[in-house]
Design a protein around this ligand. Structure first.
Ligand code: SAH
Length: 404
Protein backbone atom coordinates (compact mmCIF):
# COMPACT_ATOMS: atom_id res chain seq x y z
CA UNK A 1 0.00 0.00 0.00
CA UNK A 2 2.79 2.37 0.92
CA UNK A 3 4.18 4.43 -1.93
CA UNK A 4 1.09 4.52 -4.12
CA UNK A 5 -0.66 7.77 -4.96
CA UNK A 6 -4.23 8.29 -3.81
CA UNK A 7 -6.14 8.25 -7.08
CA UNK A 8 -9.41 9.50 -5.62
CA UNK A 9 -7.63 12.59 -4.37
CA UNK A 10 -6.36 13.77 -7.71
CA UNK A 11 -8.22 16.54 -9.38
CA UNK A 12 -10.31 17.92 -6.51
CA UNK A 13 -9.96 21.67 -6.32
CA UNK A 14 -10.79 23.84 -3.32
CA UNK A 15 -11.24 27.53 -4.06
CA UNK A 16 -10.48 30.03 -1.33
CA UNK A 17 -11.54 33.65 -0.87
CA UNK A 18 -9.12 36.55 -1.33
CA UNK A 19 -8.70 36.61 2.47
CA UNK A 20 -7.86 32.89 2.52
CA UNK A 21 -5.48 33.33 -0.42
CA UNK A 22 -3.63 36.21 1.20
CA UNK A 23 -3.24 34.18 4.37
CA UNK A 24 -1.52 31.46 2.36
CA UNK A 25 0.58 33.99 0.46
CA UNK A 26 1.66 35.43 3.82
CA UNK A 27 3.15 32.07 4.66
CA UNK A 28 0.46 30.63 6.91
CA UNK A 29 -0.85 27.15 6.07
CA UNK A 30 -4.39 27.29 7.44
CA UNK A 31 -7.54 28.43 5.70
CA UNK A 32 -10.72 28.62 7.76
CA UNK A 33 -14.00 27.22 6.51
CA UNK A 34 -15.44 30.74 6.31
CA UNK A 35 -12.76 31.52 3.72
CA UNK A 36 -13.67 28.67 1.36
CA UNK A 37 -15.45 29.60 -1.85
CA UNK A 38 -16.03 26.04 -3.00
CA UNK A 39 -14.91 22.57 -2.00
CA UNK A 40 -16.98 20.41 -4.33
CA UNK A 41 -16.00 16.78 -4.22
CA UNK A 42 -13.51 17.19 -1.36
CA UNK A 43 -13.88 14.13 0.84
CA UNK A 44 -12.90 14.02 4.53
CA UNK A 45 -9.12 13.95 4.89
CA UNK A 46 -8.38 14.13 1.19
CA UNK A 47 -5.52 15.78 -0.63
CA UNK A 48 -6.81 18.74 -2.63
CA UNK A 49 -5.43 21.39 -4.94
CA UNK A 50 -5.99 24.93 -3.67
CA UNK A 51 -6.67 27.89 -5.91
CA UNK A 52 -7.67 31.48 -5.36
CA UNK A 53 -11.12 32.63 -6.47
CA UNK A 54 -9.80 33.25 -9.99
CA UNK A 55 -8.45 29.71 -10.25
CA UNK A 56 -4.76 30.49 -9.72
CA UNK A 57 -2.98 27.53 -8.11
CA UNK A 58 -1.78 28.20 -4.55
CA UNK A 59 -0.65 24.79 -3.40
CA UNK A 60 -1.72 21.35 -2.22
CA UNK A 61 -3.56 20.89 1.04
CA UNK A 62 -5.16 18.36 3.34
CA UNK A 63 -8.89 18.85 3.70
CA UNK A 64 -11.05 18.44 6.79
CA UNK A 65 -14.81 18.26 6.38
CA UNK A 66 -15.50 19.18 10.01
CA UNK A 67 -12.76 21.35 11.50
CA UNK A 68 -12.97 25.14 11.44
CA UNK A 69 -9.53 24.86 9.87
CA UNK A 70 -10.83 23.46 6.59
CA UNK A 71 -7.51 23.14 4.81
CA UNK A 72 -3.90 22.89 5.88
CA UNK A 73 -1.40 23.49 3.14
CA UNK A 74 1.14 20.70 2.77
CA UNK A 75 3.04 21.92 -0.28
CA UNK A 76 3.30 24.94 -2.56
CA UNK A 77 3.55 22.50 -5.48
CA UNK A 78 1.19 19.96 -6.96
CA UNK A 79 1.46 16.64 -5.09
CA UNK A 80 1.08 13.52 -7.17
CA UNK A 81 2.23 11.07 -4.55
CA UNK A 82 1.23 12.00 -0.99
CA UNK A 83 2.91 8.99 0.70
CA UNK A 84 6.21 9.87 -0.97
CA UNK A 85 5.93 13.47 0.21
CA UNK A 86 5.09 12.35 3.75
CA UNK A 87 8.09 10.03 3.81
CA UNK A 88 10.34 12.89 2.74
CA UNK A 89 8.86 15.18 5.41
CA UNK A 90 9.44 12.59 8.14
CA UNK A 91 13.02 12.10 6.96
CA UNK A 92 13.60 15.89 6.95
CA UNK A 93 12.14 16.29 10.44
CA UNK A 94 14.44 13.56 11.74
CA UNK A 95 17.57 15.02 10.16
CA UNK A 96 16.69 18.43 11.60
CA UNK A 97 16.55 16.84 15.06
CA UNK A 98 19.86 15.09 14.42
CA UNK A 99 21.40 18.52 13.94
CA UNK A 100 19.81 20.45 16.81
CA UNK A 101 19.00 18.00 19.60
CA UNK A 102 21.72 17.12 22.08
CA UNK A 103 22.01 15.46 25.49
CA UNK A 104 18.70 13.64 25.34
CA UNK A 105 17.04 10.55 23.98
CA UNK A 106 13.61 12.14 24.37
CA UNK A 107 12.47 14.87 22.03
CA UNK A 108 9.71 15.88 19.67
CA UNK A 109 10.42 14.22 16.34
CA UNK A 110 7.52 15.81 14.47
CA UNK A 111 5.69 18.98 15.45
CA UNK A 112 2.76 19.18 13.09
CA UNK A 113 2.69 22.38 10.98
CA UNK A 114 6.20 23.32 12.15
CA UNK A 115 7.49 20.23 10.32
CA UNK A 116 5.14 20.65 7.35
CA UNK A 117 3.16 17.64 8.56
CA UNK A 118 -0.02 19.32 9.79
CA UNK A 119 -2.03 17.20 12.19
CA UNK A 120 0.79 14.91 13.29
CA UNK A 121 2.81 14.90 16.49
CA UNK A 122 5.46 12.31 17.24
CA UNK A 123 7.53 12.26 20.42
CA UNK A 124 10.44 9.98 21.04
CA UNK A 125 11.00 8.62 24.54
CA UNK A 126 14.18 6.60 24.19
CA UNK A 127 13.09 3.42 22.36
CA UNK A 128 9.34 4.15 22.35
CA UNK A 129 7.63 6.55 19.96
CA UNK A 130 4.40 8.22 20.97
CA UNK A 131 2.22 9.42 18.12
CA UNK A 132 -0.78 11.73 18.10
CA UNK A 133 -3.07 12.15 15.10
CA UNK A 134 -5.10 15.34 15.06
CA UNK A 135 -6.77 15.50 11.65
CA UNK A 136 -8.84 13.42 9.24
CA UNK A 137 -6.03 13.37 6.67
CA UNK A 138 -3.47 11.91 9.07
CA UNK A 139 -5.96 9.27 10.17
CA UNK A 140 -6.36 7.45 6.84
CA UNK A 141 -4.92 3.94 6.61
CA UNK A 142 -2.50 4.78 3.84
CA UNK A 143 -1.13 7.79 5.72
CA UNK A 144 -0.81 5.86 8.98
CA UNK A 145 0.99 2.98 7.22
CA UNK A 146 3.34 5.37 5.47
CA UNK A 147 4.23 7.26 8.65
CA UNK A 148 4.78 4.12 10.69
CA UNK A 149 6.95 2.58 7.95
CA UNK A 150 9.16 5.66 7.65
CA UNK A 151 9.49 6.25 11.39
CA UNK A 152 10.40 2.60 11.90
CA UNK A 153 12.96 2.59 9.13
CA UNK A 154 14.67 5.74 10.38
CA UNK A 155 14.45 5.48 14.18
CA UNK A 156 14.08 1.70 14.82
CA UNK A 157 11.78 2.11 17.83
CA UNK A 158 11.02 -0.96 19.93
CA UNK A 159 7.39 0.18 20.01
CA UNK A 160 5.09 2.84 18.63
CA UNK A 161 2.17 3.93 20.78
CA UNK A 162 -0.75 6.06 19.69
CA UNK A 163 -2.17 8.51 22.22
CA UNK A 164 -5.72 9.43 21.38
CA UNK A 165 -7.41 12.64 22.41
CA UNK A 166 -11.11 11.70 22.22
CA UNK A 167 -12.12 15.36 22.00
CA UNK A 168 -9.99 15.88 18.89
CA UNK A 169 -11.48 12.81 17.20
CA UNK A 170 -14.94 14.09 17.99
CA UNK A 171 -14.19 17.52 16.52
CA UNK A 172 -12.74 15.91 13.40
CA UNK A 173 -15.75 13.57 13.21
CA UNK A 174 -13.49 10.54 13.32
CA UNK A 175 -14.74 7.26 14.79
CA UNK A 176 -13.78 6.71 18.43
CA UNK A 177 -10.50 4.94 18.96
CA UNK A 178 -8.54 4.12 22.07
CA UNK A 179 -4.92 4.78 22.87
CA UNK A 180 -2.78 1.73 22.29
CA UNK A 181 0.18 0.07 20.68
CA UNK A 182 0.55 0.40 16.93
CA UNK A 183 3.70 -1.65 16.79
CA UNK A 184 5.80 -3.71 19.23
CA UNK A 185 4.70 -4.46 22.77
CA UNK A 186 6.70 -2.15 25.01
CA UNK A 187 4.74 0.62 26.68
CA UNK A 188 7.08 1.77 29.41
CA UNK A 189 10.67 2.86 29.28
CA UNK A 190 13.23 5.15 30.91
CA UNK A 191 14.58 8.14 29.04
CA UNK A 192 17.12 10.76 29.92
CA UNK A 193 17.61 14.43 29.26
CA UNK A 194 20.59 16.48 30.45
CA UNK A 195 21.74 13.28 32.28
CA UNK A 196 18.56 13.16 34.39
CA UNK A 197 16.49 9.97 34.10
CA UNK A 198 12.70 9.82 33.86
CA UNK A 199 10.07 7.10 33.61
CA UNK A 200 7.73 6.96 30.65
CA UNK A 201 4.48 5.01 30.86
CA UNK A 202 2.92 5.40 27.45
CA UNK A 203 -0.50 4.03 28.32
CA UNK A 204 -0.96 4.98 31.96
CA UNK A 205 -4.31 6.57 32.80
CA UNK A 206 -2.85 10.03 33.10
CA UNK A 207 -0.72 11.37 30.29
CA UNK A 208 2.84 10.70 31.28
CA UNK A 209 6.20 11.54 29.91
CA UNK A 210 8.05 14.77 30.22
CA UNK A 211 7.07 18.14 28.95
CA UNK A 212 9.72 17.86 26.28
CA UNK A 213 9.36 21.52 25.36
CA UNK A 214 10.99 22.52 28.69
CA UNK A 215 14.12 20.42 28.23
CA UNK A 216 16.47 23.31 27.44
CA UNK A 217 14.82 25.46 30.11
CA UNK A 218 15.56 22.81 32.76
CA UNK A 219 19.24 23.05 31.92
CA UNK A 220 19.12 26.87 31.84
CA UNK A 221 17.31 27.05 35.20
CA UNK A 222 19.94 24.80 36.76
CA UNK A 223 22.64 27.32 35.82
CA UNK A 224 21.16 29.95 38.14
CA UNK A 225 19.36 27.90 40.78
CA UNK A 226 20.77 27.91 44.29
CA UNK A 227 19.85 27.60 47.96
CA UNK A 228 16.32 26.59 48.86
CA UNK A 229 14.16 25.93 45.81
CA UNK A 230 10.43 25.61 45.25
CA UNK A 231 9.16 24.04 41.99
CA UNK A 232 5.51 25.04 41.68
CA UNK A 233 3.37 22.98 39.26
CA UNK A 234 6.14 20.39 39.29
CA UNK A 235 4.20 17.56 37.53
CA UNK A 236 6.61 14.60 37.40
CA UNK A 237 9.55 16.62 38.67
CA UNK A 238 11.18 17.99 35.50
CA UNK A 239 12.51 21.20 37.03
CA UNK A 240 12.85 19.86 40.58
CA UNK A 241 15.17 17.03 39.54
CA UNK A 242 17.31 19.34 37.46
CA UNK A 243 17.58 21.85 40.33
CA UNK A 244 18.43 19.30 43.02
CA UNK A 245 22.19 19.04 42.37
CA UNK A 246 22.67 22.82 42.65
CA UNK A 247 20.30 23.55 45.53
CA UNK A 248 20.48 22.81 49.25
CA UNK A 249 16.83 21.75 49.36
CA UNK A 250 14.07 21.33 46.76
CA UNK A 251 10.31 21.10 47.25
CA UNK A 252 7.97 20.26 44.36
CA UNK A 253 4.30 21.26 44.48
CA UNK A 254 1.48 19.88 42.36
CA UNK A 255 -2.22 19.20 42.83
CA UNK A 256 -2.01 15.84 41.07
CA UNK A 257 -1.20 12.87 43.28
CA UNK A 258 -0.47 10.52 40.34
CA UNK A 259 2.00 13.08 38.93
CA UNK A 260 3.75 13.34 42.30
CA UNK A 261 3.94 9.55 42.60
CA UNK A 262 5.82 9.42 39.31
CA UNK A 263 7.94 12.38 40.40
CA UNK A 264 8.95 10.35 43.44
CA UNK A 265 9.80 7.35 41.27
CA UNK A 266 11.81 9.65 39.00
CA UNK A 267 13.77 10.81 42.03
CA UNK A 268 14.53 7.15 42.83
CA UNK A 269 15.91 6.74 39.32
CA UNK A 270 18.51 9.42 39.99
CA UNK A 271 20.51 8.36 43.04
CA UNK A 272 23.65 10.00 41.64
CA UNK A 273 21.93 13.39 41.70
CA UNK A 274 20.25 12.95 45.06
CA UNK A 275 20.80 10.03 47.41
CA UNK A 276 24.58 9.86 46.95
CA UNK A 277 24.64 13.49 47.94
CA UNK A 278 22.33 12.93 50.90
CA UNK A 279 19.52 14.90 49.29
CA UNK A 280 15.84 14.23 49.05
CA UNK A 281 13.16 16.18 47.23
CA UNK A 282 10.03 16.95 49.21
CA UNK A 283 6.84 16.45 47.13
CA UNK A 284 3.83 18.44 48.29
CA UNK A 285 0.29 17.78 47.09
CA UNK A 286 -1.51 21.12 47.15
CA UNK A 287 -3.34 23.75 45.20
CA UNK A 288 -0.54 26.08 44.16
CA UNK A 289 -2.61 29.24 44.63
CA UNK A 290 -3.50 28.33 48.23
CA UNK A 291 -0.01 27.14 49.06
CA UNK A 292 1.70 30.27 47.74
CA UNK A 293 -0.76 32.42 49.65
CA UNK A 294 -0.14 30.53 52.92
CA UNK A 295 3.61 30.36 52.49
CA UNK A 296 4.05 33.99 51.53
CA UNK A 297 1.91 35.26 54.39
CA UNK A 298 3.65 33.00 56.90
CA UNK A 299 7.05 34.39 55.89
CA UNK A 300 8.50 31.38 54.05
CA UNK A 301 11.52 32.37 51.98
CA UNK A 302 13.26 30.77 49.01
CA UNK A 303 16.28 31.39 46.82
CA UNK A 304 14.84 29.82 43.68
CA UNK A 305 11.21 29.54 42.60
CA UNK A 306 9.90 27.92 39.43
CA UNK A 307 6.37 28.64 38.23
CA UNK A 308 5.16 26.44 35.36
CA UNK A 309 1.35 26.44 35.49
CA UNK A 310 -0.97 24.83 32.94
CA UNK A 311 -2.22 27.06 30.10
CA UNK A 312 -4.52 29.66 31.70
CA UNK A 313 -5.65 31.16 28.37
CA UNK A 314 -7.19 28.48 26.18
CA UNK A 315 -8.59 31.20 23.91
CA UNK A 316 -8.16 34.93 23.34
CA UNK A 317 -11.26 35.52 25.47
CA UNK A 318 -9.46 34.18 28.55
CA UNK A 319 -6.56 36.61 28.21
CA UNK A 320 -7.45 39.04 31.01
CA UNK A 321 -8.31 36.31 33.49
CA UNK A 322 -5.15 34.46 32.53
CA UNK A 323 -2.96 37.52 33.10
CA UNK A 324 -4.59 38.03 36.51
CA UNK A 325 -3.82 34.39 37.39
CA UNK A 326 -0.20 34.69 36.27
CA UNK A 327 0.18 37.95 38.16
CA UNK A 328 -1.14 36.50 41.39
CA UNK A 329 1.29 33.60 41.23
CA UNK A 330 4.26 35.73 40.26
CA UNK A 331 3.51 38.41 42.85
CA UNK A 332 3.43 35.88 45.66
CA UNK A 333 6.55 34.13 44.42
CA UNK A 334 8.48 37.40 44.13
CA UNK A 335 7.55 38.35 47.68
CA UNK A 336 9.04 35.07 48.90
CA UNK A 337 12.40 35.36 47.17
CA UNK A 338 15.46 36.31 49.20
CA UNK A 339 17.73 39.02 47.78
CA UNK A 340 19.74 37.51 44.94
CA UNK A 341 16.98 34.95 44.43
CA UNK A 342 15.95 33.60 41.05
CA UNK A 343 12.52 33.21 39.53
CA UNK A 344 11.93 30.91 36.56
CA UNK A 345 8.45 31.76 35.35
CA UNK A 346 6.69 30.10 32.44
CA UNK A 347 3.52 30.31 30.40
CA UNK A 348 2.46 27.79 27.78
CA UNK A 349 -0.57 29.84 26.70
CA UNK A 350 -0.17 30.79 23.06
CA UNK A 351 -2.72 33.59 23.57
CA UNK A 352 -0.45 35.37 26.05
CA UNK A 353 2.26 37.01 23.94
CA UNK A 354 5.85 37.35 25.20
CA UNK A 355 5.49 41.17 25.65
CA UNK A 356 2.22 40.68 27.58
CA UNK A 357 3.86 38.09 29.79
CA UNK A 358 6.85 40.32 30.51
CA UNK A 359 4.55 43.29 31.22
CA UNK A 360 2.62 41.11 33.70
CA UNK A 361 5.89 40.20 35.42
CA UNK A 362 6.94 43.86 35.56
CA UNK A 363 3.57 44.69 37.15
CA UNK A 364 3.98 41.93 39.70
CA UNK A 365 7.50 43.13 40.55
CA UNK A 366 6.25 46.67 41.06
CA UNK A 367 3.42 45.51 43.33
CA UNK A 368 5.79 43.25 45.24
CA UNK A 369 8.24 46.17 45.55
CA UNK A 370 11.06 44.08 44.16
CA UNK A 371 13.57 45.01 41.49
CA UNK A 372 13.77 42.32 38.85
CA UNK A 373 16.77 41.86 36.63
CA UNK A 374 16.01 39.96 33.43
CA UNK A 375 18.50 37.13 33.06
CA UNK A 376 17.12 35.15 30.12
CA UNK A 377 14.07 35.32 27.87
CA UNK A 378 13.47 31.81 26.64
CA UNK A 379 10.91 29.76 24.76
CA UNK A 380 10.28 26.17 23.77
CA UNK A 381 13.10 23.71 23.08
CA UNK A 382 14.40 23.71 19.52
CA UNK A 383 12.82 20.35 18.71
CA UNK A 384 9.49 22.23 18.84
CA UNK A 385 10.32 24.50 15.88
CA UNK A 386 8.77 27.93 15.50
CA UNK A 387 7.78 29.01 12.00
CA UNK A 388 7.85 32.78 11.88
CA UNK A 389 4.88 32.97 9.52
CA UNK A 390 2.79 30.63 11.65
CA UNK A 391 2.54 32.42 15.00
CA UNK A 392 0.61 29.52 16.56
CA UNK A 393 3.80 27.41 16.48
CA UNK A 394 5.34 29.65 19.21
CA UNK A 395 3.61 29.16 22.54
CA UNK A 396 6.01 28.64 25.44
CA UNK A 397 7.54 31.51 27.38
CA UNK A 398 10.14 30.99 30.08
CA UNK A 399 11.62 34.04 31.78
CA UNK A 400 14.53 33.75 34.17
CA UNK A 401 15.04 36.80 36.37
CA UNK A 402 16.87 37.64 39.55
CA UNK A 403 15.64 39.88 42.36
CA UNK A 404 17.86 42.38 44.07
N1 SAH B 1 6.74 21.86 35.31
C1 SAH B 1 6.24 20.61 34.76
C2 SAH B 1 5.02 20.76 33.90
C3 SAH B 1 3.83 21.41 34.56
S1 SAH B 1 2.33 21.06 33.77
C4 SAH B 1 7.35 19.93 33.98
O1 SAH B 1 8.32 20.58 33.62
O2 SAH B 1 7.23 18.74 33.72
C5 SAH B 1 1.19 21.77 34.85
C6 SAH B 1 0.99 21.03 36.14
O3 SAH B 1 0.15 21.85 36.95
C7 SAH B 1 0.29 19.70 36.06
O4 SAH B 1 1.12 18.72 36.65
C8 SAH B 1 -1.00 19.85 36.89
O5 SAH B 1 -1.28 18.70 37.68
C9 SAH B 1 -0.63 21.00 37.78
N2 SAH B 1 -1.73 21.84 38.29
C10 SAH B 1 -2.81 22.32 37.63
N3 SAH B 1 -3.54 23.14 38.42
C11 SAH B 1 -2.90 23.18 39.63
C12 SAH B 1 -3.13 23.87 40.85
N4 SAH B 1 -4.17 24.69 40.99
N5 SAH B 1 -2.26 23.69 41.85
C13 SAH B 1 -1.20 22.88 41.73
N6 SAH B 1 -0.93 22.21 40.58
C14 SAH B 1 -1.76 22.36 39.55
Amino acid sequence: MVGKPIPSDSGVVVKVSPRGASRLKDGHVWVYRSDLVSADGATPGSLVAVTDHRGQFLGSALYSSSSQIAIRLISHDPVADLPMLLRQRVADAISYRDAIVHDTNAYRVIFSEADFLPGLIVDRYNDVLSMQILTQAMDTDIVRDTLIAELTERLHPVAIVERVDPRVRQLEELPPRSSGLLQGDKTSTVFSMNTVHFKFEALAGQKTGAFLDQRENYAAAAQYAHGEALDVFCYQGGFALHLAPCCSHVSGVDSSRPALEIAEQNAELNPALLKDKGKEIEWIEANAFDLLKDYSSSGQRYDTIVLDPPAFAKSKRDLDAALRGYKELNLRALKMLRPGGVIVTCSCSYHVSPPEFIAMLADAARDARRTLRLVEVRGQAKDHPILLNIPETAYLKCIIASVT
